[in-house]
Design a protein around this ligand. Sequence first.
Ligand code: AP5
Ligand code: MG
Length: 215
Amino acid sequence: MDIILLGPPGAGKGTQAERLVAEHGMVQLSTGDMLREARKADSDLGRQVAAVMDSGALVSDDIVSALIDERLSRMDAGEGAIFDGYPRTLAQAQALDAILAARGREIDHVVELVVDEDALVERITGRFSCARCGAPYHDNFKQPKVAGTCDVCGAHEFVRRPDDNAETVRKRMAEYRAKTAPILPYYEAKGLIARVDGMGSPADVTAAIDAILGE
Ligand code: AP5
Ligand code: MG
């Protein structure tokens, strides 16, 4: 089964994708994570990607669709994909259909995480993670049990995403409203959209998604 998690920055796409991976052995395909990996390279492309991401704008459709195509080519036919943060434009939605069709696959569900945007700024600007193992934390909702020490691996270094400041978050939200929300009718017309209340606890949101996957 292949599904798309759709929602504005901070809606919980990554959180839910990780829970679904753990529960169902699906594979998370996050273009944000792939681009964060790509920007580490000391290359023109790496620097270009970094500049666009730090501004809160969208990276070009060709780059992200090529990343998804490459990653899908390494997956087994039986493994289900969770698209997290992709597609984000109508061109990407159409590219994804072609990429999947070429492999005899298709989208089964598009889960829209419905959230209150005002709450998202707090969610995003408080987020940080362990520099070594990536375990996620939050200033207000989930501090490490021992201050300054990762619960999972014991490391003492933490990192914040460079695009997680209030100004860039506002730009990312505007990009979502202008370019990503307009793809909802594309999937609506195919009868694929399922709406989930993204303001419940992470476990409640997962339960609602599970109910859709079980249909
Ligand atoms: P990307 O990395 O995809 O970021 P995003 O879409 O802005 O979303 P986030 O990762 O910030 O939020 P999320 O929905 O995953 O929420 P999370 O689970 O972390 O993209 C970054 C950039 O890369 C883009 O701006 C663009 O430049 C580029 N890019 C990526 N894909 C692209 C594409 N396809 N095309 C073009 N450019 C692309 O949760 C957020 C916080 O809330 C966490 O602290 C979490 O613990 C907490 N939380 C989660 N769920 C709950 C809950 N239910 N209750 C309380 N707290 C919760
Ligand atoms: Mg994410």
